[in-house]
Write a protein that binds this ligand. Structure first.
Ligand SMILES: *[C@@H]1O[C@H](CO)[C@@H](O)[C@H](O)[C@H]1NC(C)=O
Ligand SMILES: *[C@@H]1O[C@H](CO)[C@@H](O)[C@H](O)[C@H]1NC(C)=O
Ligand SMILES: *[C@@H]1O[C@H](CO)[C@@H](O)[C@H](O)[C@H]1NC(C)=O
Length: 284
């Protein structure tokens, strides 16, 4: 073999190996990446770390957190929610920093009576202040199959996605006086718990404990981002500048028009002193 062909072959092998390594590094493994926060054995891991279930019974719920803390990252996970009567239960997938002026980015799934729709609840806290709820109806049954939920948090914006469709954007308007999370590292948290004092139809529908234990499944967890303490250039990737293109803006307009059921920016009664500043700035 002539040496240039040998070199080319070697390069191909090298490139192929690099791709394999990248793929291996980016697929999450629950057994390695998370720790249980409460509920002990109610968190179970299957399939070599690919599938995790949380359960809730009349004693307690359960939850886990990422071992890593991140300063900007993209988190994807697939969730299959509680089928049938899930009234009173709340399933969560959120990011949070620590301390009193904490930042937080929330996905919460509020259960309902059999045959009634789940509510997808989102919120953003900056410097300890939330009050930025937006809620959606899923356009599919979130209990009969896995669907992908994504929180993207980069220096320019936060994007909430469902099955890769953007449903909410929170832009970095720090220059316009709206606090944005830029300096406090966050962990990913999940939980399944009983909130029947408020979660379903305003607390009127209670958890039916004869249906317990309730179980939700998480799979294909993937976090790509800047691990707190790691070198700054170790986390470069397209997620760092990801935003919405024209197609994404069309989709989010359509989703918000058809499936948004609550928007704090439209709730003028709640903010008699005036709506929060970001409500008057471009949404996407
Ligand atoms: C995930 O991690 C566990 C514990 O380290 C290991 O036993 C398992 O093989 C890993 N799964 C995969 C798919 O690599
Ligand atoms: C909780 O559920 C278990 C199993 O169904 C039952 O035996 C027990 O009495 C319940 N405990 C309470 C405090 O309701
Ligand atoms: C549950 O279903 C009722 C009736 O369809 C609906 O009004 C409510 O928003 C649903 N979700 C929750 C979390 O209560």
């Amino acid at each position: 073999m002539d040496s240039s062909i040998r070199a080319t072959k070697a390069l191909h092998v090298l490139v192929a190996t690099a791709f394999l390594l990248l793929a291996a590094a980016s697929a999450g493994n629950f057994s390695q990446d998370v720790s249980v926060t409460f509920g002990g054995p109610r968190t179970q891991i299957f399939n070599g770390g690919q599938l995790l279930t949380l359960s809730l019974d009349n004693i307690t719920g359960s939850g886990f957190e990422s071992k890593n803390q991140y300063l900007f990252a993209r988190f994807d996970v697939q969730l299959k929610l509680i089928p049938g009567d899930s009234a009173g239960t709340v399933t969560t997938f959120y990011l949070s920093s620590l301390g009193s002026n904490h930042d937080e980015i929330d996905f919460e799934f509020l259960g309902n009576s059999s045959g009634q729709p789940y509510t997808i609840h989102t919120n953003v806290y900056t410097q300890g202040v939330g009050n930025r709820e937006q809620q959606f109806r899923p356009w599919f049954d979130p209990t009969n199959a896995f669907h992908t939920y994504t929180i993207l948090w980069n220096p320019q914006r936060i994007i909430f996605m469902v099955d890769n469709m953007p449903i909410r954007v929170f832009n970095n308007y720090a220059a316009r006086g709206v606090p944005y999370p830029t300096s406090q590292p966050m962990r990913l948290y999940t939980s399944l718990w009983n909130a029947d004092d408020w979660a379903t139809q305003g607390g009127r529908v209670k958890t039916d404990w004869t249906k317990a234990p309730f179980t939700v499944s998480y799979q294909n967890y993937n976090a790509v981002g800047c691990v707190a303490g790691a070198p700054a250039n170790s986390c470069n990737g397209p997620w760092q500048t990801q935003g919405l293109d024209a197609n994404g803006r069309n989709r989010i307009r359509w989703i918000q028009q058809k499936y948004m059921i609550y928007n704090y920016c439209s709730d003028v009664k709640r903010f008699p002193q005036g709506l929060p500043r970001e409500c008057g700035l471009p949404r996407f």
